[in-house]
Design a protein around this ligand. Structure first.
Ligand code: HEM
Length: 194
């Protein structure tokens, strides 16, 4: 960042970081809703809804890898000096855990789906267009063990979702606390504007 850059601007994430943050946030919420809805919608809608869920999940996997690469190559803005050391630690820990969980969700979903007995007759076509592979070593496990893996990976997928709910709650409560209680321009760090 150049020395001549105004101070207010230097306290913001980069435009790319903001775009990736909000797109991933929206896609995560949509995908949780689609994943949870599978048990409640009429049978005829289940397959297209789950297919869309898989497409969005794989998209999130790609975007979060991009986010991590962007984050490693672009230093985030420093936190305001008014934040207590425990708050800095909690924020960093929550951000690290969020990255892990957002990676674990699509990977565990993909593993669960690769162990599905119907995989061979129902290939993944992202958004109905782009062919996407199953994970070969999981697909090739013999049927009985594959059924066990199917359940184990589903449990991992569901627990990763529970971890996401808890971390998202902490993340949002933390951001709102800084914004409205500490009266720091917290949300502006991740929002475009003057
Ligand atoms: C952003 C990433 C993802 C999120 C947030 C997410 C979230 C969820 C949630 C909340 C559920 C419901 C769990 C429950 O019933 O307790 C679910 C189910 C499921 N997910 Fe994902 N998921 C993601 C990615 C994926 C991917 C990439 C795949 C496969 C390629 C996948 C395949 C599935 C399948 C097959 C189910 C079971 C649906 C059913 O039949 O009930 N998910 N997911």
């Amino acid at each position: 960042m150049s020395e001549a850059m105004p101070r207010a601007l230097s306290a913001r994430y980069t435009g790319i970081a903001m775009i990736l943050h909000w797109i991933v946030a929206i896609l995560l919420i949509v995908n949780v809703a689609l994943g949870l809805s599978a048990d409640y919608i009429p049978d005829g809608y289940v397959r297209p809804v789950i297919d869309l869920h898989k497409s969005i999940g794989i998209t999130v996997l790609g975007l979060v890898i991009l986010r991590i690469l962007w984050r490693l190559s672009h230093k985030p803005p420093a936190m305001p000096k008014t934040y207590a050391p425990w708050e800095r630690f909690a924020a960093h820990a929550a951000h690290g855990a969020l990255y892990l969980v957002i990676l674990a969700l699509p990977v565990s979903g993909w593993m669960h789906d690769s162990a599905w007995k119907g995989a061979a007759t129902h290939p993944i076509l992202l958004y109905g267009v782009i062919p996407w592979p199953r994970i070969g070593w999981i697909e090739n496990v013999e049927p009985h063990h594959k059924e066990v893996l199917h359940s184990v990976f589903f449990a991992a997928h569901a627990y990763a979702a529970y971890a996401l709910y808890a971390l998202l709650a902490l993340h949002i409560i933390g951001a709102l606390k800084h914004q409205f209680w500490d009266r720091e321009p917290e949300l502006q760090r991740m929002l475009p504007g003057g």
